[in-house]
Design a protein around this ligand. Structure first.
Ligand SMILES: [Zn+2]
Ligand SMILES: [Zn+2]
Length: 353
């Protein structure tokens, strides 16, 4: 069982504290321990304790009784903290402080919406680079009023309710007594300005929704899994928040013949026995065309012919990879009579492996 502390001690006050001292101490501590703001495990308990102490000490009759008789005397019927239940705390707090909390959360700057898009490029498109277009429907600053929300030729006026301050002082009767507190002006919604005649395009909102086509440069050599971020091309933020981005995730289709390794391209080319043994000239496909290669005589399966600089251009750089032809010697699947006779002749002359 927890030892219940003295109410004055809870609020960090001396016994001769004025009602103003009590009010200030409560306000400060309640802000500090409010469960919406303070995530410490014991914050809720502290907040409860602070409330209970305050409820007793803010009432002159109950305070007098508490000073004379202690906690027993301080708990007047029907006014105990327990009666409100913990669930009602937020409401009590709101009543007491007005919309001080709500203010900060409702009007807090918010980031604009970001758009996450995907695209698939062919192997060649990724290797050479290309332009892709994307369509987004985003929120923009109204082009007619430039965000003011005012009709052309007019400008915002100072709010007559708050005199342009965005806040008004309100006196309220709460369970804790009469309180005067500052709240957001409802007429101008805290902006301090009112719009006399609304912009006809955005109806005073200062923003519009527009469909935009964005051209995105896919640099040569881009790899699968790359992400391209177009900063601030998303929707605008609210209350001074930063705009969102457009983020494109790139996928690359595999190639029928080529595989990629960094900037190099690997390519397997089948050749027959005769070509491998005697050497051969041949045309092979490379990026963007063909290239001639010369196989030397006595080429082995697995030998590599390197075509310098025929690989992939480095994204945003000057380097370029190579095209590597991997020779694969293929055994004939079928021989006709004549071919078979020739192989038999040849076999007689070849040494055994
Ligand atoms: Zn407008
Ligand atoms: Zn106002």
């Amino acid at each position: 069982m927890q030892v219940r502390r003295d109410y004055y001690e809870v609020l960090g006050l001396r016994h001769n504290a004025t009602s103003e001292d009590i009010r200030k101490a409560f306000r400060r501590l309640a802000f500090q321990y409010h469960p919406d703001r303070n995530r410490d495990a014991d914050a809720a308990q502290r907040f409860k304790e602070i409330n209970e102490a305050y409820q007793c000490l803010c009432d002159p009759d109950r305070r007098r009784s508490y000073d004379l008789f202690g906690r027993r005397g301080g708990t007047a019927p029907g006014a105990g903290f327990e009666d409100f239940g913990f669930g009602g705390l937020g409401e009590i707090f709101e009543t007491f402080f007005g919309s001080a909390f709500g203010d900060s959360s409702r009007r807090a700057p918010a980031h604009g919406e970001s758009f996450h898009l995907k695209t698939t490029l062919s192997f060649e498109e990724a290797a050479r680079g290309c332009i892709r277009e994307f369509t987004v429907r985003r929120t923009e600053v109204c082009a007619s009023c430039h965000g003011t929300g005012c009709a052309p030729g007019t400008s915002p006026l100072e709010c007559p309710d708050c005199g342009g301050r965005g806040r008004v002082r309100r006196v309220e009767q709460s369970i804790f007594g009469r309180f005067s507190h500052v709240v957001r002006c409802t007429r101008c919604n805290g902006t301090g300005n009112v719009i006399a005649s609304l912009c006809p395009f955005c109806r005073g909102k200062g923003e519009t929704t527009a469909t935009r086509t964005l051209r995105v440069d896919m640099p040569a050599g881009i790899e699968a899994g790359s992400r391209i971020t177009l900063r601030s091309q998303g929707s605008i933020g609210s209350n001074g928040g930063s705009p969102g981005d457009v983020i494109v995730t790139v996928d690359v289709e595999p190639h029928l013949l080529f595989t990629r390794e960094g900037l190099h391209i690997h390519h397997e080319v089948p050749v027959n026995f005769a070509q491998a043994a005697l050497g051969a000239q041949m045309e092979v496909p490379v990026l963007g065309g063909t290239a001639r290669i010369r196989l030397p005589a006595n080429t082995q399966s697995g030998d590599v012919v390197r075509l310098k600089g025929k690989g992939i251009q480095q994204a945003g750089g000057r380097k370029r990879g190579d095209h590597l032809v991997h020779v694969k010697v293929v055994t004939p699947k079928k021989l006709n009579r004549e071919q078979r006779r020739l192989f038999e002749e040849l076999a007689k002359t070849l040494p055994s492996e």
